[in-house]
Design a protein around this ligand. Structure first.
Ligand SMILES: Nc1ncnc2c1ncn2[C@@H]1O[C@H](COP(=O)(O)OP(=O)(O)O)[C@@H](O)[C@H]1O
Ligand SMILES: [Mg+2]
Length: 256
């Protein structure tokens, strides 16, 4: 199993939208995929849980309460895609981790039980530089950082990358940065073009695919639409499909 952490400590940069589309795209490409919602806001969960009232357990139960991970995992409407959901109960995990031994290993150890059941796990991370984020990044074999095409987001990206590099230096994070995905690109605005050009001129591993800013993105949330759905916005779907294809190519995996 390859475990992809979708991470950036800044909120609102497209992490969750990217995680749900990547997970759906990988499943639809034939890979057995587990989407893991590591954010107590539970937005990724909302996308795929048929009825949130049906959720009995989440990652916090697995890590803190000894619930077997298989009991927490739900099927989704997409064949080959399962969900380890989040609920508000995930919020105390941060403080619970503090008093645990080998706290950075806890998410990796939870996922180890389904290591052979999936080709990919896609982790939707919270917008924080926290223990939960660190434990999720420590579980990852690859990291993808979405960044919105705004000056502030790009400024914050450097801080995030150097934070992860510190933990790579300590051996806590071993996953390389697979790539940076630029989201919410508005090609009509100068700032968007400038940001994209600056990133392309940098030596950061940018994905060639970039996600356009579309008002329809909000409807996709309400309609719970992802790449591959007939009703999905064609521009967003095409951009996310190109991104999924690049991820598959960069990881050098063959279709399941
Ligand atoms: N390409 C896009 N164009 C316009 N709005 C977007 C786009 N992608 C995401 N959004 C919206 O921006 C907000 C933040 O996106 P989200 O994926 O939740 O980011 P994060 O998980 O980093 O907080 C959401 O309301 C989402 O619907
Ligand atoms: Mg999010």
């Amino acid at each position: 199993m390859r475990t992809i952490g979708i991470a950036n400590h800044k909120g609102g940069v497209g992490k969750t939208t990217t995680a749900v589309n990547l997970a759906a795209g990988l499943a639809r490409a034939g890979f057995r995929t587990l989407l893991v919602d590591v954010d107590a806001q539970a937005h990724a969960t909302f996308w795929f849980a048929e009825d949130p009232a049906d959720i009995d357990f989440d990652l916090q139960d697995v890590i803190s309460n000894g619930v077997p991970i298989e009991k927490a995992i739900l099927n989704t409407r997409i064949q080959g895609l399962d969900l380890l959901p989040a609920t508000l109960a995930l919020a105390p995990l941060e403080t619970e981790l503090v008093s645990m031994t080998r706290r950075e290993d806890r998410i990796a150890r939870a996922l180890a039980d389904v290591e052979t059941s999936y080709d990919f796990a896609v982790l939707d991370l919270p917008p924080s530089l926290s223990l939960v984020t660190l434990a999720a990044l420590a579980a990852a074999t690859d990291v993808i950082a979405p960044v919105s095409a705004t000056k502030l987001a790009v400024g914050g990206l450097g801080a995030f990358l150097s934070w992860t590099d510190d933990f790579r230096g300590e051996g806590v994070i071993t996953a390389p940065l697979l790539g940076i995905l630029v989201t919410m690109v508005d090609s009509r605005t100068r700032v968007s073009r400038e940001v994209l050009d600056a990133l392309r001129d940098s030596d950061l591993p940018l994905f060639e695919a970039a996600i356009p800013r579309r008002v329809a993105a909000e409807d996709q949330v309400g309609g719970r639409l992802v790449v591959g759905d007939d009703e999905a916005n064609p521009d967003l779907a095409a951009a996310y499909q190109a991104f999924v294809n690049e991820v598959i190519a960069r990881m050098g995996v063959t279709r399941g």
